[in-house]
Ligand binder design. Structure first.
Ligand code: NAG
Ligand code: NAG
Ligand code: NAG
Ligand code: NAG
Ligand code: NAG
Length: 667
């Protein structure tokens, strides 16, 4: 109990609440199933938890899972005593209104879910009568994103007790054929090896994980509380050298384009490294290590530049130089000697990086600008909008800008906007022992440009998702979805035009028309993939707009989210609960927001060792101890994110699942 005592002292405010903490022995999760079906790289996962109240009185029973950040929840339901309670997606305003009304009657309890590196927490509870049962069923959907030559489906399991009937099933169907499949993650250990089975035929695979109760207690990241860890299914599909994989059905199409065996294009790359005082210590050290590794990986015909900056700019060289071994040695020496000091002039640094790339001939090569920073601009131009507009003007669409935000003192949204406005992406680098690996991993994603100026053309297609891409990298994939006009597959003709070094390449279906993929995809699935991609891209677009344009895009996101029942940053899911239940809010915080609030907690918790696999970096921030029974809603109260749970409650019971913010698209 040493840990519990420490915690109660640390979280003194929780003390009084300890007595009311749910006791897990009062209920039994007698069945816990996770069923994930991946068809054409679109994953639909259903988590079903069946729980019995074992005591003589009614009991509050929790359902608490983690889902990938990139996913949209599309369904939640509870079955209690022969009744079904179905979730309905509403606009945030509608849902909030219902919630506010309940709050004004003193009926609400807030539960904050956290944002980890790749996962978000999802939690609710319901009161179940003596000796009755409840079934929770949650469905979420995500389009798997190919990076570094593979797709990864992450499944987190932490049922909080050993479960007799515990099953994870993953089915993968892939018309193009599966080239390899592996099972990784913290649960893929020796102790559990015989619980994991992988079957793999040409175009389908089935991975299942059925651990016994004993195995659930004795594996590495497990204990009396059962399992706590991840299974990560890693796979890739067969590829051709041409137009790629096009599926059509019900008037929709989805095109996966990732040609293999193209030659690499030499790149011009400039690294802009923040060396402001806040980088001091491990962050700076890891950055130096990563930079040296990255420089080692440059190809002989690449050109590169390195700038470090605080309130001033420090050049290694004023112009780009070729990655010869002599130059690389010198640059590595420069990298090893980057020292932290001073403030942060992001504006000047990015403009200087852009100047260097602009001064270098781009013909036949791919230019890339990478900014690594750990803080807000504090010197020079500090106004976000002015920096963004300066940077936009300097880059003028000629090359992508990737922004890496190190830790949680960065205004991530600013980096995200700046990247998206310049054909790039922003990525958070988590302050952790593997930060150098994260940095290097990101670099590897863009290390090998194969095509530039990729234009995807669909004659006979309409309502297309994004069709222009500035660069295509080895190991990644371009996905476009749309409608086929009048569902006329005969006249539907896809084509890709892109530049490889200085040559223009055209990929097309020579003369043959696209074959309808009848039978191989479920009815309505491609439409959902289209809707998923459309909503994701509109949310990015909305971030960059303002005024009437922003409202218009918001409206569109809202319409589609409601139609396809996606819980997005603009919608919430409301579930009516049995009579006499209090209202709850499942709040999905903004990327980074939870960490800001809970950082102190997270550090303490980490030091106490109350962390796990993925949560070790992330979800830990919300949870005083991973080994103890849930105390999360109490933590919520401490920081005042929501009103206290009311024991006495009356009616209008509902739960709101809300995504309050944009998701990061690149986890
Ligand atoms: C998993 O879901 C798929 C699709 O809904 C279904 O066909 C399959 O039977 C389910 N498997 C299990 C083990 O429940
Ligand atoms: C692209 O990646 C694959 C492995 O994923 C590798 O076999 C191939 O050589 C790479 N192509 C280039 C041009 O580096
Ligand atoms: C597709 O676009 C047309 C206009 O080009 C629009 O009328 C139609 O509603 C759109 N379909 C969907 C499903 O959004
Ligand atoms: C896409 O690129 C093509 C050719 O480069 C250009 O004509 C077209 O306007 C671009 N479309 C968008 C939406 O940017
Ligand atoms: C495509 O059609 C053209 C004429 O329309 C013909 O000359 C050519 O041989 C055809 N190519 C294939 C691969 O069938």
């Amino acid at each position: 109990m040493g840990r519990a005592v420490v915690q109660l002292t640390l979280f003194g405010l929780l003390l009084a609440l300890a007595a009311s903490q749910p006791n897990k022995d009062d209920w039994d999760i007698y069945s816990f199933h996770i069923n994930s079906t991946v068809i054409g790289r679109y994953a639909t996962t259903v988590i079903t938890s069946r729980v019995a109240n074992r005591i003589e009185e009614s009991k509050e029973i929790e359902f608490h899972v983690q889902i990938p950040k990139n996913a949209f929840i599309s369904k939640f339901r509870m079955f209690i005593d022969g009744q079904v309670y179905d979730g309905v997606v509403k606009t945030k305003e509608q849902a909030q209104q219902q919630y506010t009304q309940a709050v004004s009657r003193g009926e609400s309890a807030g539960i904050v879910s956290s944002v980890g590196r790749t996962m978000e927490e999802f939690k609710t509870s319901v009161t179940v009568a003596a000796h009755k049962k409840v079934t929770f069923e949650l469905t979420y959907e995500e389009l798997l994103k190919r990076t570094r030559g593979k797709y990864e489906l992450q499944i987190h399991t932490r049922p909080m007790q050993p479960v007799k009937d515990f099953k994870v099933d993953v089915y993968i169907y892939e018309k193009a054929g599966i080239s390899f499949i592996d099972v990784k993650g913290g649960l893929s250990t020796k102790a559990l090896a015989n619980a994991i089975t992988k079957t793999h035929a040409d175009n389908k695979a089935w991975v299942y994980f059925y651990p016994t109760v004993d195995q659930q207690k004795t594996c590495d990241s497990c204990g009396e509380q059962g399992m706590n860890g991840d299974l990560v299914i890693v796979y890739d599909v067969n590829r051709d050298t041409g137009l790629g994989d096009i599926k059509t059905s019900d008037g929709y199409f989805v095109h996966h384009f990732a040609p293999s065996s193209l030659p690499r294009i030499p790149k011009n790359i400039v690294f802009i490294i923040d060396q402001s005082g806040s980088m001091s210590g491990r962050k700076m050290e890891q950055t130096r290590i990563a930079l040296v590794h990255i420089l080692n990986d440059l190809a002989g015909d690449d050109f590169f530049g390195v700038i470090s900056f605080d309130s001033q700019i420090f050049h290694w060289k004023r112009e780009l130089v070729q990655a010869t071994s002599v130059n690389l040695e010198e640059a590595k020496e420069f990298a090893r000697n980057i020292m932290e000091r001073g403030a942060t002039d992001i504006n000047a640094a990015v403009l200087e990086g852009a100047r260097m790339l602009n001064a270098h001939p781009r013909e036949g090569s791919a230019s890339i600008l990478i900014l690594l920073t750990d803080g807000d601009p504090t010197s020079g131009v500090t106004n976000f909008e002015i920096i963004q507009s300066n940077v936009r003007r300097a880059i003028a669409g000629k090359f992508p800008l990737y922004c890496l935000g190190f830790g949680f003192d960065v205004k991530f949204e600013f980096l995200e906007k700046m990247s998206l406005e310049n054909n790039g992406v922003a990525r958070r680098i988590y302050e952790d022992s593997d930060a150098d690996v994260q940095l290097k991993g990101f670099y590897e994603e863009v290390a090998t440009p194969l095509l530039t100026d990729v234009t995807m053309i669909y004659l006979g297609g309409t309502n297309l998702t994004q069709t222009n891409f500035s660069q295509y990298y080895n190991g990644s994939e371009i996905v476009v979805a749309g409608e086929i006009m009048d569902n006329d597959i005969e006249t539907f003709s896809p084509q890709v035009v892109a530049i490889s070094s200085s040559r223009t390449l055209t990929f097309s279906t020579t003369n043959t028309s696209v074959e309808p993929s009848t039978g191989s995809v479920a009815v309505g699935l491609l439409q959902r993939v289209w809707a998923y991609l459309t909503v994701k891209q509109l949310l990015e677009k909305e971030l960059l707009l303002s005024g009437a344009e922003k409202e218009k895009v918001k409206k569109e996101v809202l319409e589609k989210s409601l139609k396809y029942s996606f819980v997005t940053p603009l919608t919430s899911m409301v579930v009516t609960k049995p009579e006499g239940e209090k209202t709850q809010v499942l709040h999905k915080p903004k990327e980074g927001e939870a960490q800001q609030l809970y950082r102190g907690f997270g550090r303490l918790n980490y030091a106490m060792g109350g962390s796990s696999q993925f949560s070790g970096h992330s979800a830990r921030v919300l949870v005083p101890s991973y080994a103890s029974t849930p105390t999360h809603h109490k933590v919520t109260r401490v920081i005042g994110a929501a009103p206290p749970p009311s024991r006495v409650s009356h009616q209008t019971p509902s739960i709101l699942f809300t995504r309050f913010a944009h998701q990061t698209l690149f986890s």
